[in-house]
Design a protein around this ligand. Structure first.
Ligand code: PMP
Length: 479
């Protein structure tokens, strides 16, 4: 049987649009008849398909109890989107309302994802690919539908290009061990950049230590931007692989991945793009990008923890060795030898996070309904606003001032440690990360061991930014 969106009461996008047309001639029509997974604040009357419909309504700032210095996000009804995220109404034990600016660490989950997980456990729970009973069929259909959703979301040619993993870290380890390690011998080279998260450094170090390979590191300029001519110079006849982050989690720099992929390919080298910090903020099309591998974590894009995906080109996945051995990934086993399943099964040994994969599908559907171009445009405005407001604070120094940035506002403050700033903000209900962000090499490049790092998502508001700015001002040096 086929378990589709309809089976749990959810229309697919085409149906949603057709269904909604008569009810929503314009934005703001009654909520009452909204389908259960529809995104609040999104008018299905927008074209194409179920895109976000601009709302001409200047931001008032009322939601965060503060008035924005100027209108941010006119046309993006952030308050109605916030209504989908129950935790955003949370009161903390000190009575403060939560202001979640730790999206780079993990994102909050909309009702649509929470409900989808509950539905799975209430109606579909079974192991997948095994068992000749109805629930096995339901869970397998839901799991494979989620794989298909990931493929479409990334612009991959087929769901067979998508391997479910625990997250970006496991995805990079998978590629390192299954694809790259067999290519390496002493003196071979792997090209990285200084911007990388530890998850995109340590796996390469481990296989380099085992094989005698060498890691080459591309530098950045003082703004935290990749210097492409320097990057190109790192490639040579011994280069076997390259890996780069799409967005730096410590600085927010958006790297020129299109050019970097082309440079790697110009030297006949395959490249992995770490999409952990880009996937929720900017549209991705792996086919247009031409990356050989693209990895991301579900929890950074409003999905559960413990699930993520590796996209791999078909030939690369076929060439790669199995990652772990066990059930699910085999076609036939004797004590003498094993015949493996083709990708993606070949890389999915054992029982995966089935419900979480289904939740990932629901999260990507949710984001797609709003539309990443809309999300990206709104966040860009919010980032500009926050940058502008924070840079007026004396003693505050931004770390990472690239022209192209996403979501991240990393800074240090004169006269206060990053821990003190983090604690002060936490006392006001504002959750940010203060530390090394698992990216010590790039922070040390700036002579630092840690920064304060607010990170934005599309449910954050200018009012929340105002609260952040007010709180930072309270402990900023008074000159
Ligand atoms: N790469 C980058 C750029 C990241 O920001 C993160 C998470 N902070 C990771 C990799 C690792 O992701 P995860 O912990 O979800 O595996």
């Amino acid at each position: 049987m086929n378990t589709t969106a309809n089976a749990y009461g959810l229309p697919d996008p085409e149906e949603l649009e057709a269904w909604a047309q008569p009810y929503f001639s314009e934005y703001g029509a009654e909520e009452a008849g909204r389908p259960p997974n529809a995104v609040s604040g999104v008018s299905p009357s927008a074209a194409p398909s179920v895109g976000y419909s601009p709302v001409v309504q200047p931001y008032t700032g009322a939601d965060a109890g503060a008035t924005a210095g100027r209108a941010v996000g006119a046309g993006f009804d952030v308050n109605r989107i916030r209504a989908d995220f129950p935790i955003l109404n949370e009161r903390l034990s000190n009575g403060k309302k939560l202001i979640w600016l730790d999206n780079g660490a993990t994102t909050q989950k909309p009702r649509q994802v929470i409900d989808r997980l509950s539905y799975f456990y209430e109606h579909e729970n079974s192991n997948v690919h095994r068992g000749a009973h109805e629930l096995a069929a339901r869970s397998t259909d839901a799991y494979e539908a989620a794989r298909n959703t990931v493929a479409k979301f990334l612009g991959a040619p087929s769901k067979d290009n998508i391997v479910f993993v625990r997250g970006t870290t496991e995805g990079i380890n998978l590629v390192a061990h299954s694809y790259v390690r067999p290519l390496l011998g002493p003196g071979d080279e792997i090209v990285l950049t200084i911007l990388e998260h530890h998850a995109n450094i340590v796996p390469w170090q481990l296989i380099a230590q085992e094989t005698g390979a060498v890691i080459k590191v591309a530098p950045v300029d003082s703004d935290g931007q990749i210097i492409l001519p320097e990057y190109t110079r790192l490639f040579g006849p011994r280069t076997r692989f390259a890996s780069v982050t799409h967005v730096s989690n410590a600085l927010g720099t958006i790297t020129p991945v299109h050019e970097m992929v082309q440079i790697a390919h110009g030297f006949g080298v395959r490249i992995l793009v770490d999409g952990a910090q880009s996937v929720a903020h900017t549209p991705i099309n792996v086919t247009a990008l031409d990356a050989d591998f693209f990895v991301f974590s579900g929890h950074k894009i409003f999905a559960p923890t413990g699930i993520g995906a590796v996209y791999g080109k078909t030939d690369a996945l076929n060439e790669a060795a199995p990652y772990q051995g066990g059930g699910n990934m085999i076609r036939d086993v004797t004590f003498e030898r094993t015949v493996y399943n083709p990708p993606p099964s070949k890389f999915e040994a054992g029982t995966g996070s089935i419900a979480d994969a289904v939740g990932l599908g629901a999260a990507l559907d949710y984001v797609s309904q709003i539309g990443l171009p809309n999300i990206s445009a709104y966040e860009h405005e919010l980032l500009d606003y926050a940058t502008c407001e924070l840079c007026g604070i004396k003693g505050l120094r931004f770390i990472g001032t690239a022209k192209e940035k996403a979501s991240v506002l990393s800074f240090v403050l004169e006269g206060a440690t990053t821990e003190q700033v983090g604690k002060h903000l936490a006392d006001r209900g504002i959750a940010v990360r203060a530390g090394h962000h698992c990216a010590q090499p790039i922070l040390r490049h700036y002579g630092l061991e840690s920064t304060v790092r607010p990170t934005l998502a599309f449910y954050n508001t200018a009012g929340e930014v105002d609260e952040l700015v007010r709180a930072v001002r309270e402990i900023a040096p008074k000159f």
